[in-house]
Design a protein around this ligand. Structure first.
Ligand code: GLY
Length: 353
């Protein structure tokens, strides 16, 4: 069934986490009405990044009594201590107290940084997230993972810190280009492959020659969010089930870390990283979907370096790496594999120069 938010008005999905429960409001045009949904009659640090249209942070700021807009640089390299410090100093300089709050208006990097600053300032102030990319709308804005990178280690320092509310405005996606949309959809695809065959069929059935994937975004976002919320409700701190959301990320992160010119987006690395984790039957269904979305299915770089980066990143005490695999769409299996097995999987999608 097609969800038509324009007619139906915003949808609300509750994330049930006891006293840390919160609502995710999904609608169109709600960024400009943020004040109707969020208690912004106080000092508000509005955190955005230089790649997000200025108008978005300004629209959120216009709903606040005392907004302070902080713009961080675009890109993963800015998810660092310097940006974190800038946010904390901005709050300190403007006399923020524990009653004030932080609102992120941007993608996953912005949400991670703003959330961690909110978690840390005065031992925690309220945090609200207004994600503006597909990736952050389907995945990273929900679940309370906040972090910064340190010394080249992704998410080395961070906290589980749930937002008080998440506002998802589908209209803001209009300013994204097709490549950014597809890269974000890789995270939704990941959830469909491991948890939800019906969601996978939306990807499988759409015909790019007749309609853009944009036509299906509302359905995809709503379904992905429901999966994400269900997983986080069962395993907030990633003790078990939440690890399944790392499907495609083990090799994906290895590729990302070796992609020194930044020419591949995170979601594109995840797309490549999913393929070696699938049975031949699943791969046969996934490949045409990736191709339809213009997502890469392999890359050229040193496979040894990629495998080494994965080993460094994910190694457990017995030298093995836990990966998420799937034998059938909508199912998953956690497996502990040796470095040699991992190296073979890397070689399936990473070709040497
Ligand atoms: N993005 C994966 C997670 O939130 O666990």
């Amino acid at each position: 069934m097609r969800i038509n938010l324009e007619k139906a008005g915003p949808e609300i999905r509750r994330v049930n986490l006891g006293e840390r429960s919160y609502d995710v409001v999904i609608g169109r045009g709600i960024l400009g009405r943020a004040g109707e949904y969020l208690p912004l009659q106080r000092k508000v640090l509005v955190v955005t990044d230089s790649g997000v249209p200025k108008a978005y942070a300004e629209a959120a700021a216009a709903c606040c009594r005392e907004p302070v807009i902080c713009v961080i640089g675009q890109g993963e390299e800015n998810k660092n201590l310097a940006s974190f410090e800038m946010l904390l100093r901005a709050m300190l300089t403007h006399g923020f107290t524990r009653k004030d709050c932080v609102v992120a208006v941007g993608g996953g990097i912005c949400g991670d940084l703003a959330g961690f600053a909110a978690a840390s300032y005065m031992r925690g102030v309220d945090f609200y997230n207004i994600p503006t990319t597909v990736l952050s709308q389907v995945d990273s804005s929900i679940g309370g993972k906040t972090a910064i990178n340190l010394d080249g280690i992704k998410n080395a320092v961070g906290a589980f810190y749930q937002p008080k509310k998440v506002l998802i405005d589908i209209d803001v996606l209009k300013t994204l280009d097709r490549r950014q949309i597809s890269a974000g959809l890789a995270e939704a695809l990941k959830m469909s492959v491991t948890f939800d065959e019906e969601l996978f069929r939306i990807f499988e059935d759409f015909a790019p020659e007749e309609e853009g994937i944009e036509e299906n975004l509302e359905r995809i976002i709503a379904r992905s969010l429901a999966i994400k919320a269900r997983v986080v409700e069962q395993d907030e701190k990633e003790q078990g089930l939440r690890k399944v959301l790392n499907f495609g990320h083990t090799i994906g992160h290895g590729i990302e870390s070796q992609c020194l010119d930044g020419s591949l987006y995170h979601g594109e690395c995840v797309a490549i990283g999913m393929l070696p984790m699938c049975s031949p039957a699943v791969r046969e269904r996934l490949l045409p979907v990736l191709e339809k979305l213009h997502l890469p299915t392999g890359c050229v770089m040193d496979p040894d370096k990629v495998a080494e980066a994965v080993r460094h990143d994910k190694k457990s005490e017995d030298g093995k790496v836990t990966i998420v695999e799937t034998d059938r769409i909508g199912t998953y299996r956690l497996e502990s594999v040796s470095y040699e097995v991992l190296r073979e999987k890397v070689a399936m999608v990473v070709r040497p120069r």
